[in-house]
Design a protein around this ligand. Structure first.
Ligand SMILES: NC(=O)c1ccc[n+]([C@@H]2O[C@H](COP(=O)([O-])OP(=O)(O)OC[C@H]3O[C@@H](n4cnc5c(N)ncnc54)[C@H](OP(=O)(O)O)[C@@H]3O)[C@@H](O)[C@H]2O)c1
Length: 318
């Protein structure tokens, strides 16, 4: 079973979780079987979001996992979902969470996140995002809605995703800091996020790394992790694979991780990171890897909008 970390809400979060965002959509029943296989292998965290279109598959997988006694009950699992910008309006936050819970067939979520520091025009559809849909993001009232979700007992922990250190620092100033449990961010050897990690450590906020393999093979021109010379050199000397080097490095940074694989062999491979360690020489080679962010959020940028450039969206931390 995947080991856990303790969130500042007191709940345990598995260190390694299964991502369900994929640009190549697969039939729902196939995804259900993939998630079931993952749970058989020992994964207990499933990462979904309102906009991924995978909440219903997660619901079926959870139900089957309990029926087939892969897990003793839903409580053994950790389910994350996320609030999309079209629902980041004061009157829509609690209803959006209730809708996700209905899709997921759950009474509570383990973790609910503001997906992006973005508010979009109210509409039923999540995509495509038109430039005129982008509105001024009201962090205070959106966070108040998240705190209300927690107060109602609909979610165990709340957090944010894709917030710069600057935005996170503004949020911590007025949030009841004990309620802010996690901060999801792109993180891997190619995007090490040192500044943000130090800030989160100081504030007791757990960092969760998404795209831990640099969104390898995705349409976003992710990192070609399998052919990365430094990682392959380290992989060779440790008798491991380049993806295992990425995941082990993240584990050693004390973060939790959401990795996506829809292949049973690779799901198994990604779990084999807990009983060995990188050497000091490996760590310093990784520290010297040139940095690049894959997920920049260009779709929220518009010359007349709130964020006029990706630099502005990330407060220059890019
Ligand atoms: N909060 C956010 O804004 C946000 C943004 C992006 C992602 N996420 C979450 O984080 C999850 C993971 O991020 P990601 O999907 O961008 O990228 P990722 O996990 O870094 O990489 C996924 C890619 O790597 C491949 N892969 C996985 N294990 C492998 C291995 N051992 N060897 C070779 N290839 C391997 C996968 O292909 P196969 O499936 O064929 O194995 C897939 O193409 C997402 O699914 C989503 O749940 C959140």
């Amino acid at each position: 079973m995947v080991p856990t970390l303790t969130l500042n809400s007191g709940y345990l979060m598995p260190i390694l979780g299964m991502g369900t965002f994929s640009c190549d959509s697969i039939p729902e029943d196939e995804l259900v079987e993939i998630l079931l296989n993952g749970m058989k292998l020992g994964y207990r965290h499933i990462d979904t979001a309102a906009c991924y279109g995978t909440e219903k598959a997660v619901s079926k997988a959870v139900l089957k996992a309990v029926e087939q006694k892969i897990v003793s009950s839903r409580e053994e699992l950790f389910i994350t979902s996320k609030l999309w910008g079209t629902d980041a309006h004061d009157d829509l936050i609690v209803p959006a969470l209730k809708k996700s819970l209905e899709n997921l067939g759950l009474e509570y979520l383990d973790l609910y996140l503001i997906h992006w520091p973005v508010r979009l025009r109210k509409t039923e559809k999540y995509f495509p995002i038109e430039k005129e849909d982008i509105m001024v993001f009201d962090m205070k009232s959106t966070w108040a809605g998240m705190e209300e979700c927690k107060r109602l007992g609909l979610v165990h922990s709340i957090g944010v995703s894709n917030f710069s250190s600057k935005k996170l620092s503004d949020l911590v100033d007025f949030a009841k800091s004990l309620l802010l449990s996690t901060r999801y961010v792109e993180m891997n050897p190619f995007c090490q996020q040192k500044k943000l990690r130090n800030f989160c450590k100081e504030k007791g906020i757990l960092v969760t790394a998404y795209s831990p393999l640099g969104a390898h093979g995705s349409v976003y021109q992710g990192v070609d992790v399998l052919n990365h010379p430094t990682l392959n050199q380290i992989a060779h000397s440790n008798n491991k694979t380049a993806p295992q080097i990425c995941l082990r490095w993240l584990y050693e940074q004390g973060v939790s991780i959401a990795v996506k694989s829809y292949n049973e062999g690779r799901m198994k491979e990604n779990l084999q990171i807990f009983d060995w360690e990188l050497s000091e020489a490996d760590r310093s080679m990784i520290a010297n890897i040139p940095q690049k962010r894959v997920t920049c959020g260009e779709f929220f940028v518009c010359p007349n909008g709130v964020y006029k450039s990706v630099e502005q969206l990330w407060d220059g931390e890019i």
